[in-house]
Design a protein around this ligand. Structure first.
Ligand code: GLA
Length: 370
């Protein structure tokens, strides 16, 4: 058992005076490329990170304990707190016709929160897997991902796409996952950072964001309207030539989505061919498109990406929804510390918050460990 899973077990014992019946954990994710494409039916390339949320669970009256917030929440009703994620998942499974009994759970995690690393998908995926194991439901992982997404859309109230839940449930160690968000087919794409002498440096700008409170839902609505204007079901079906029919905001938003889908497929080809330089260029292009056309970047994210380029990083871009949160740089291992130091200094000069840095490895998806 990982340390984080052990912590959930200990919290369960302390709070409920009993042993948990199941323990599951699920990772956060970073997205290598393919941003704001998932809810447009397009392509994404996330990988799971080595930070997880663990859920220790047993049957009992509904009580949810967070070892991170040191807080107990009771009952199944929505209250606007962290507990709405596990509650939402139970609701979503029941709504879909799965028979559940009430449960109690203790939750512990080390995925940075509100940083764009999908702590919400991690708690959903771990809860879903624990419920599936406890009630022997036998739900396939792909289906669990869509049930978790439904929990977030309909119970928590964020119109997120499928990427984060899918990545948390289906990624494998050592690989990224190319997901076709329309068919939900996925393919593993191995990434051997060590062999390439590279590290994946993550800069958390510490600009906290909650998706519900940002322009995320509004971006999604604009994309859906653009698809209707073009007469296609999803922007995934639009071509670069179609873009000429749009103007203004709709044009810029749709142009990001349509070109980003192409970049993801090219990025996968580059990775498969071992062409790291080509991959990196696509990361920079993705960032520029998110900054200029989709307008979800921030001065902090742009500053990090510029510094990364100056430091000779192979590629860099914001990761996740934007509006704050994290950016990633693919950079020679021996240059990563210098880039982190340069960023800290520059952020100080500019009066930005003190950033945090992580180096993640592509890690295992959700697992039942007890
Ligand atoms: C958030 C959402 C995802 C996806 C990204 C942007 O992480 O939860 O579904 O839309 O933003 O790519």
């Amino acid at each position: 058992m990982r340390e984080i899973e052990q912590r959930a077990v200990t919290a369960y014992r302390d709070r409920f005076g009993a042993e948990p019946e199941v323990v599951a954990s699920a990772p956060g994710r970073i997205n290598l490329i393919g941003e704001h494409t998932d809810y447009n039916g397009g392509f994404v390339l996330p990988c799971a990170i080595d930070r997880r949320i663990a859920v220790a669970m047993g049957k009992g009256s509904i009580e949810l304990y967070s070892d991170d917030f040191h807080e107990m929440r009771s009952g199944a009703a929505r209250d606007g707190s962290w507990a709405d994620y596990p509650r939402g998942v139970a609701w979503s499974l029941s709504e879909a016709g799965y028979r559940l009994e009430s449960v109690r759970a203790a939750i512990a995690g080390d995925v940075p929160r509100a940083a764009g690393l999908s702590s919400s998908a991690a708690i959903e995926a771990a809860t879903a897997l624990a419920l599936d194991a406890l009630f022997r439901l036998g739900i396939p992982r792909q289906r669990l991902a869509t049930l978790c997404q439904r929990a977030e859309n309909a119970f928590v109230g964020v119109s997120c796409g499928i990427m984060d839940q899918y990545a948390s449930l289906l990624c494998r160690a050592g690989s990224a996952l190319l997901i076709d968000c329309r068919s939900l087919d996925a393919e593993e794409v191995p990434i051997d950072l060590d062999r390439a002498g590279l590290s994946l440096l993550v800069c958390d700008t510490r600009v906290k964001r909650e998706l519900g409170a940002t322009g995320y839902n509004e971006r999604r609505a604009t994309c859906e309207q653009a698809a209707r204007d073009l007469g296609v079901a999803l922007l995934r079906d639009a071509t670069e030539a179609d873009l000429a029919k749009l103007t203004g905001l709709a044009l810029r938003r749709a142009r990001h989505v349509v070109t980003e889908d192409r970049r993801v497929l090219e990025a996968v080809e580059a990775l498969r061919a071992g062409d790291v330089a080509a991959f990196g260029k696509l990361m920079y292009a993705s960032h520029a498109s998110l900054r200029d056309d989709f307008e979800v970047s921030t001065p902090e994210l742009d500053t990090f990406v510029d510094l990364a380029a100056r430091a000779g990083a192979v590629g860099a871009r914001l990761t996740g929804a934007g509006f704050g949160g994290c950016a990633i740089a693919l950079i020679a291992r021996d240059l990563a510390t210098d880039l982190a130091d340069a960023t800290r200094a520059r952020f100080r000069e500019l009066g930005f918050a003190e950033p945090a840095f992580y180096e993640f490895r592509p890690s295992a998806g959700a697992e039942v460990v007890l």
